[in-house]
Ligand binder design. Sequence first.
Ligand SMILES: O=C(O)CCC(=O)C(=O)O
Ligand SMILES: [Fe+2]
Length: 205
Amino acid sequence: MQSSLFASAEPQRFMLQGGELTLYPQWVSERKACSLFRWLEKSLAWEQSVIQIYGRPVVIPRLNAWYGDPGCNYQYSGYRLPLNAWLDPLSEIRTRLHDELGVETNSVLANLYRDGQDSVGWHSDDEPELGQNPVIASLSLGGERRFSFRHRRDKTMPPLHLTLTPGSLLVMSGAVQHNWHHCLPKSRKVTAPRINLTYRKVVTV
Ligand SMILES: O=C(O)CCC(=O)C(=O)O
Ligand SMILES: [Fe+2]
């Protein structure tokens, strides 16, 4: 399935077995998405982390940075990201997620895909510190990218391909992380960098 670029700002819902995705195509205006992108690109504590895959060091093909409440520690693939204190524009989005959508978070993982060669491979956000069935709210800024889901076990389930446009918010909830993997593939068609803010709730603070 391929989502089209909706002119309407109506949320789109996708029922995935055991979970749900809600895509708000224009959660942030184009103008605001643009200024936020520029500010985040120059202001966040970006680093290119080195993770462990099958015991070997791998330099991730993107930059990332971690912000959150004190004690919100987050580790993936054997690497613990340094925790940074909230910056106002990041906490403003956190407050809006809570007030408008009832999504409670205490941290945010920012990703910067510098070009089409930057990516994130198939994974699910199922680290123990996020608890069972986490709600993850993901804001896209900058260049548009494709984002795909495939079932973790049942290969007969059709994959889902979304296009994440600047200003769009994707909320993943229910058993999405338990049942599905997601990825942001490399692409030769990409012409602009992208920043993604994935708001999360670390439950083992
Ligand atoms: O860039 C994205 O939209 C998603 C990134 C992601 O899946 C992650 O940080 O866990
Ligand atoms: Fe993820």
